[in-house]
Write a protein that binds this ligand. Structure first.
Ligand code: AMP
Ligand code: ZN
Length: 494
């Protein structure tokens, strides 16, 4: 069964088929690097990450490009305020975005930057002007003439009949429904960054970068374009207008828009001040894997309300999954197989696939895995599982994790990095005791812990109890929980 996705452009769920056989070309609008991203931004990036992972798992060869908006009104304003260049101002936040993405186990797309494509943008605008879609104003700015593009509004389903011909808007972000000619290029203002180009000095409007970079990386017509729901209008509408008036082809066939992360019913946003960054949550002692899990739990086309209860529940779900894998890999099973187990693994894989094929129903895919987990745990308690069952069950779990990406237990290392960052940034006051406790255990790698356990075991067997107790105490001091089970000693991080 093919993947079915909601396409904002058609307003319907459609079967997804790429233009070019097995190759998928997709583009996502990335971050504006004027500050640390909040977890709302990352809800969108994770939704696209899941789509990317699932397309790949479904056998497609995916080229996934994301832009970094490293020039816009806010960046220009803030860099002018701080008296530094745009590049200097954004470097820190580009780095933070890369780190935060890695913290959330987001796979790295091909990243392209606006400031590295200024001359291509100027050329694009010159072409639009030649074709009559753009015009220059007296101050040297350029605007897109929306009256020349009758399809304007086709993505956002806004009716722009009786458009206000010639009315203009030059701010990067606007929400008004009235259609106005929008800025492609802004003439320089005193004290603000600008670039010298064949169309004159100035800087690009926000929308042009995505038209230019997506078409350069993926061709004039590609498969899928993604971004948060607030980008439908005006950003994506404007991208379509710019690109399609130049190429005469549809820019993208599927438009994918994850919906907002909310806090108490309102959009999480910088301007409302109701936001948390990844780092804010980690400083409070929350694990990156819990944040990632939380952000994947609600299917992308439903808004998701952020709560700390939800985050704590996410932590316990991840722990259940990790404990389950641990149990499968560490238990000594009797030889043989229980055919019901392999069948269960197969059914679970099929259910996960059909849930994700159904417009990425992550909640249902997760429910299928937890159903398997419960059934297998019951079988394990009743000693009804055998050696040969481990492989198919682990296989299902790993296939699940190729999409959800939470099994790898590297939270502590990531949290330790954020702890160190907080110290260098002078944010010690925000470091919680919970973070200190968890990050403390990051000082020992998995191999070191296994090594210490082996030493402890050897000491105990040699009846050197003082030595074995000392090793145990050292592990406990590093927040490692050591448990004796009937299958031997096992450990986990606190
Ligand atoms: P920005 O850095 O503002 O350009 O936003 C980066 C991405 O985050 C865009 O795709 C936005 O649509 C998306 N976004 C912004 N706020 C939220 C939110 N509260 N929930 C989900 N996505 C969001
Ligand atoms: Zn964009």
């Amino acid at each position: 069964m093919a993947l079915r996705l909601y396409n904002t452009l058609s307003g319907k769920i459609e079967e997804f088929h790429p233009l070019d056989g097995n190759r998928v070309r997709m583009y996502a609008c990335g971050p504006t690097v004027y500050d640390y991203g909040h977890i709302g931004n990352f809800r969108t990036f994770i939704a696209v990450d899941l789509l990317y992972r699932f397309l790949r798992q479904s056998g497609y060869d995916v080229r996934y490009v994301m832009n970094i908006t490293d020039v816009d009104d806010k960046i220009i304003r803030n860099s002018a305020r701080d008296g530094v260049s745009v590049q200097e101002y954004t470097a820190k936040y580009v780095q933070a975005f890369l780190e935060d993405s890695a913290t959330l186990s987001i796979e790295k797309p091909i990243l392209v930057r606006a400031t590295e494509h200024i001359s291509e943008m100027a050329e694009f605008i010159a072409e639009l002007e030649k074709k009559g879609f753009a015009y220059r104003t007296d101050d040297g700015s350029y605007y897109f003439r929306i009256a020349k593009f009758p399809a304007y509004g086709k993505l956002s389903k806004k009716d722009f009949a009786g458009m206000n011909d010639g009315a203009r808007v030059d701010v990067d972000e606007y929400e008004k429904d009235s259609a106005r000619d929008f800025a492609l290029w802004k003439a320089p203002k005193p004290g603000e960054a600008s670039w010298d180009t064949p169309i004159g000095p100035g800087r690009p409007g926000w929308h042009i970068e995505c038209s230019v970079m997506s078409m350069e990386e993926l061709g004039p017509s590609f498969d899928l374009h993604a971004g948060g729901e607030d980008l439908i209008f005006p950003h994506h509408e404007n991208e379509i207008a710019q690109s399609e008036s130049l190429s005469g082809q549809p820019l993208a066939r599927y438009w994918f828009h994850p919906r907002f992360l909310l806090v108490e019913g309102q959009k999480m946003s910088k301007s409302l001040g109701n936001f948390f960054t990844i780092r804010d949550l980690v400083l409070r002692g929350h694990r990156p894997s819990s944040i990632r899990w939380l952000l994947t739990q609600v299917p992308y086309r439903n808004q998701l309300n952020f709560t700390f209860d939800g985050l704590n529940a996410a932590a316990s779900s991840v722990e259940k999954l990790r404990n389950f894998r641990f149990r499968l890999t560490s238990t000594q099973f009797p030889a043989g197989s229980n055919p019901a187990m392999a069948q269960l693994a197969e059914e679970t894989i099929a259910k996960m696939k059909s849930a994700l094929d159904d417009d990425l129903n992550t909640a249902e895919a997760q429910a299928a895995m937890f159903d398997m987990l419960r059934k297998v745990n019951t079988a394990l308690d009743a000693a009804e599982a055998h050696q040969d069952d481990v492989k198919p069950l682990l296989g299902a779990l790993e296939q699940f994790d190729e999409i959800f990406g939470v099994l790898k237990d590297d939270d502590q290392v990531k949290m330790k990095a954020i702890l160190d960052w907080a110290r260098t940034e002078g944010r010690e006051k925000e470091i919680s005791p919970e973070l200190l406790e968890v990050a403390g255990s990051a000082q020992l790698s998995d191999e070191q812990i296994n090594q210490k356990l082996a030493e402890m075991d050897a000491a105990r067997k040699a009846r050197k109890f003082k030595e074995s107790d000392a090793i145990r105490a050292e592990l406990v001091g590093a927040s490692i929980i050591v448990e004796n089970t009937k299958d031997g000693v096992r450990w986990r991080r606190k």
